[in-house]
Design a protein around this ligand. Sequence first.
Ligand SMILES: O=C(O)CCC(=O)C(=O)O
Length: 255
Amino acid sequence: MSLSQAQIDEFRDKGFVVVGGFFNPDEAAKISAWLDEMRDKQPADGEEAKYYETSPLNGENILVRIENVIGAQNQDMSDLVISDKAKEALTQLIGEAPVLFKEKANYKLPGCRADKLHQDQAAGWNAYCDFFITMGIAVDENRIDNGALSFMNSGNYKKELMTDEWKPLTEDDPPYQPEDEYVLIEANPGDVIFFDAYVPHGSPPNTGSRSRRNIFLTFNRESDGDMREKYYQDKWANYAPNQSAEARTDDSFRV
Ligand SMILES: O=C(O)CCC(=O)C(=O)O
């Protein structure tokens, strides 16, 4: 048994659960080195999809995230992050076998914009199905100054969209209101946050001097099918990856 009954119950009550030390320090160091490698590499067509934006804080063109990182081009690391233990925990939470839907490494470098308070499902996911669980892996220390995530901690949300698609729940940054309904998650490398696609969460701009890299792997139920290829075809048609020189500005980015 990978997750305890108390952890499963916490996930059901609040929509998320933090599992400290899910990956050991050696695994966490390998994941960190992998993210450095991908940052520095020029990906082949159809492999890693890089997204650059101009920082609203310092005007620099920065790498915001890399999608499509799981696959044959990164087989060892794919097996490390989607380990048997991860599959077991996801099966416990999903209630059947998990199928990877999409994944991304968010680099959240110094100067990176906020990720406004949102429900993941609002990012056009209704077109695919209505039930997803994400495994968020902390790669760097997540602290308040470098854009640590805040999650609604009260369970006081609907398991359906609470806004129009693509709209944040608020333009405010943490502490979100009402303050006693949210928790700041100061995660350490190797910690994992499992969360559903409706629980409100977000992070402030990175105003610090350290990156706050996290990987987010999103899974659906096996019975909903394998939608990953279709998702990325649609995504790249609507929102193609770019290069640093073509970084997007605040008013042209989506997620
Ligand atoms: O990396 C972050 O702080 C935000 C992650 C997230 O919630 C998202 O990209 O949907």
